[in-house]
Design a protein around this ligand. Sequence first.
Ligand code: KIV
Length: 289
Amino acid sequence: MSQHVAMRRLTAPDIRARKGREKIVSLTSYHAHTARLLDAHCDFLLVGDSLGMVMHGYETTVPVPLELMIMHGAAVVRGASHALVVVDLPFGSYEESPSVAFRNAARVMKETGCGAVKLEGGRRMAETIAFLTERGIPVMGHIGLTPQSVNTMGGFKTQGRRLEEWAAIEADAKAVAEAGAFAAVLEGMAEALAAKITHAIPIPTIGIGASAECDGQILVLEDMLGLSPSPPKFVKKFAELARAIEEAVKDYATEVRAGQFPGPDNVYAMHKGGHAGERVTKMSKTKAS
Ligand code: KIV
């Protein structure tokens, strides 16, 4: 007899409790079908605003609207049943004030069913992080290279490779943790600084381009699958799907052009005893009577 054991979806406190115990595994996901594939292997899935660049062809994440995050967030929640789903608050939806952030984050939570939101910024966002967490919205922080600030940073620049940059980034990490975030993404950061922050704060650090010193890792799914045309240097390709897709599409095109596809296995035969002529006759009789 088969037994169906219901899996409980992981929560923000579950992820928080992993600090110092177990590495945290996560990937981005933007659709129900990838969510279904990743769900059993990841502790949380991030509906990152990187979807604007990866899926919608924007040059940065700045143009991504809240509605797009909600649409993709809801799809990922429908596809996953085990992993915590975290949805990014896009640029312009939370920086103005804690109450604007609460209104938009609450909309994301209600309309997607996700378990937490993520926002970028350290000390400058601490008040907002506290405001949201005190009101029932789990927040994941994101410091170091913060892509929504690409225009003020002057590009996607690795952080903390000079000692004089460290104090500000460490202060950001402490502010995010003290404000009540349950975890913090460290993006594009020198290994030694990521190690120092990971030891200094009581919440898990999730690294992306920030070394194995972090409590967990995240990558953009399309980067690690070899689907992105120019992934960042820190990405390891665990597959070469772009090549596999191109090969498959080339084979399909060749077979269609040669009249080989669809073949005998890919067509619907008539039911036994039926043939097109008989069916047409029956249908015409029914119509006539
Ligand atoms: O948008 C995103 O995918 C992210 C990850 C890079 C952490 O924020």
